[in-house]
Design a binder for this molecule. Structure first.
Ligand code: HEM
Length: 278
């Protein structure tokens, strides 16, 4: 029914339905994010993130984690883009999302709606399939998504529209004494395919210069520090364009190629470490 509306009416309707979820920061799950500990950690699960998981066939898994504190609200929504193949699939063929709370309680996300919502930043119509909102337990929630057909979903976590932090590898939750800006403590991951180590010290230019190779590639773009290591071999414009940014301020190169382009800007946000400290 929704698809038969003219685009303008559809957009107006969708905006009026759900304006609040418009600015979720995107995080794309990688093929190597097959378990919660291998996947990314949202350091503050109350900050709004849109986790994208796409699958080519049944039986694939992607996973991530989110840390919450006592007194927080745990807020999660399961969404698909209103286009095929996802929108044509029955609920039983859409990826299954199982969340495990810090005390081990399993939350299987039950799909009970298909409510359209227009996300104005990327001009995409999504459908809400399920929403969970409950008082949080303190600790790390694990999310495991298992596919049952070719499909992509978005899991929206949190609702605070401020810049959030995502880290990869084995992680301890940040201690209360740590200032919120730089990173959580990270130990090198034992089983993670993408171990990365960041420290609690600030993101200075000296630190960026230390990470000047394809093995550990940090770059500054518009005053923020990014860890581009994983992006080098995924970049559609070739690895050398990214490798040339390692250890230096890449603002001019990035802007020369991609200023004002949505996809590169969004992709970049997946690799944010934090603001450059002068
Ligand atoms: C961290 C920085 C960068 C990010 C996150 C990034 C991201 C992306 C993304 C997402 C695309 C695909 C765009 C699309 O499908 O519409 C792309 C394409 C491209 N990028 Fe970048 N890029 C970065 C830096 C650069 C730099 C510095 C250069 C050049 C020196 C460059 C050259 C290109 C080219 C030529 C393409 C088009 C490839 C094609 O269509 O075949 N990129 N980039």
């Amino acid at each position: 029914m929704y698809r038969r509306l003219t685009p303008l009416i559809a957009i107006a309707l969708a905006i009026s339905l759900a304006p609040a979820a418009s600015a979720h920061q995107p995080v794309v799950l990688l093929d190597t994010d097959t378990t919660p500990s291998a996947g990314p950690l949202l350091v503050d699960g109350t900050i709004s993130f849109a986790i994208r998981a796409s699958f080519t066939k049944s039986g694939q898994k992607k996973a991530f984690r989110a840390a919450l504190k006592e007194g927080d609200i745990f807020s999660v929504q399961y969404l698909i883009v209103d286009k095929k193949p996802e929108s044509g699939l029955k609920n039983s063929l859409l990826p299954q999302l199982v969340i495990t709370s810090p005390t081990g309680k399993k939350i299987t996300v039950v799909m009970k709606e298909r409510t359209p919502f227009f996300e104005s930043f990327t001009r995409t119509t999504y459908l809400y399939l399920s929403r969970v909102s409950q008082p949080a337990e303190a600790g790390i929630y694990s999310f495991v998504i298992t596919s049952r057909a070719r499909a992509a979903i978005t899991v929206a976590v949190g609702d605070r529209e401020v810049q959030g932090e995502v880290v990869r590898g084995a992680v301890q939750a940040p201690t209360p004494t740590v200032k919120p800006t730089p990173a959580a403590t990270q130990e090198p991951a034992k089983a993670s395919p993408t171990p990365e180590v960041t420290t609690q010290s600030a993101y200075t230019m000296a630190k960026v210069k230390e990470n000047n190779s394809a093995a550990s590639c940090w770059s500054v773009i518009s005053g923020n520090v990014y860890n581009l290591t994983q992006w080098i071999n995924q970049h559609p414009g070739g690895p050398s364009a990214i490798a040339s940014l390692c250890g230096v301020d890449g603002t001019a190169s990035f802007n020369a190629q991609h200023r004002g382009e949505g996809k590169p800007t969004q992709r970049l946000s997946d690799y944010l470490l934090g603001a450059l400290v002068k």
